[in-house]
Design a protein. Structure first.
Length: 326
């Protein structure tokens, strides 16, 4: 049509190749299927198993309060939690934050959710029943639920998070951290640190642990849309320790390509929240760069027989090799 112009698809494809953007098909075929043995998937797909493995490896996780495996245990749970004002209920096989229930207070016999709404005991029990039935779980299979400590996030995030708990994701390949981002809840995401539900992804420079840029949906942002505070230049506390814990999750999980999610608690410090055998690719958008070039650097070490068995050495290599470009 006259007056209209369209981007050259060949030019776009060339640019994507130049920045090393990886698509989901390549991720699955060249990295997930090749480097993640199926027999190890339960180590990361079941949050209870992940928690036990992390504790055995000396890695910190939120305290476990209870496990609910059967319907009749729901009534007992009220009594077990009567002295706890705050806690989180999660489906052990949940995905994308579905079914997570955050309780941060009480009013009489009702539970106060993170969004301020009050939930009756009957509503609480109904939610747990749905979780046991597999409504929130991978494949919809019957599940068990874990009840754990409710993270009180580090005050460094007070000005750039809306109600929920921010988390940090680090992608680890063959034990080497290759890319990282901070995920920040918003009003749109209803306090959840889930990018697909409207959270903000902020790229983190691997060498320094400093935030570089934010992405909210398809929009590049420098300020949080709800708090209006800057997202850039924030230094993540204890960054070296976070990278080393992430690197150690290679041995813990047995998976070559894994996403490690952390939270920073104001009193207990960093804790592993969960691991993911199929981490999403939006981390590339948050960083403004593709991940493929970083992965190829590690594959070159593998081909040369120079992969390190030492987590500290792997972190040192990554911090030298993988700064955010641009």
């Amino acid at each position: 049509m006259p007056g209209l112009s369209f981007p050259n698809p060949f030019r776009i494809a060339d640019r994507l190749r130049r920045i090393g953007l990886m698509g989901i098909n390549r991720r699955n075929a060249e990295f997930v299927l090749r480097y993640n043995p199926r027999r190890f998937y339960p180590r990361v797909d079941d949050k209870l198993i992940t928690k036990k493995l992390a504790l055995a490896a000396g890695l910190p996780v939120p305290d476990l309060y209870a496990v609910v495996r059967n319907e009749h245990e729901i009534a007992d749970l009220h009594a077990r939690l009567r002295d706890r004002e705050q806690f989180v209920v999660k489906p052990a096989h949940g995905s994308g934050g579905d079914g997570i229930l955050v309780i941060n207070g009480r009013r009489g016999d009702r539970y106060r959710r993170a969004n301020g709404h009050l939930m009756s005991r009957e509503e609480f029990g109904h939610h747990l029943s749905n979780g046991l039935a597999g409504l929130f779980s991978l494949g919809g299979q019957p599940d068990h639920l874990i009840v754990e400590y409710c993270v009180q996030f580090d005050p460094i995030f007070d000005r750039i998070s809306f109600k929920g708990v921010p988390d940090i994701r680090i992608i680890v390949f063959l034990g080497y951290p290759v890319m990282a981002m901070l995920r920040l809840p918003t009003r749109l995401s209803d306090g959840k640190a889930n990018l697909h539900q409207g959270a903000i992804g902020v790229g983190i420079d691997l060498p320094s642990g400093r935030t570089k840029r934010g992405v909210w949906g398809s929009e590049v942002v420098s300020e949080h849309p709800d708090t209006e505070h800057s997202l850039t230049g924030l230094e993540i506390p204890g960054w070296s320790n976070l990278l080393e814990m992430a690197a150690r999750c290679y041995e813990l999980s047995g998976l070559g390509y894994v996403g490690v999610d952390f939270v920073l608690d104001r009193q207990q410090g960093p804790m592993i929240l969960e691991l993911n055998a199929r981490p999403g690719l939006a981390i590339q958008i948050a960083n403004g760069n593709g991940i493929l070039g970083n992965l190829r650097r590690i594959q070159a070490l593998e081909a040369e027989g120079r992969l390190s068995a030492n987590a500290t050495e792997r972190v040192e290599f990554a911090r030298t090799a993988f700064p955010i470009r641009g």
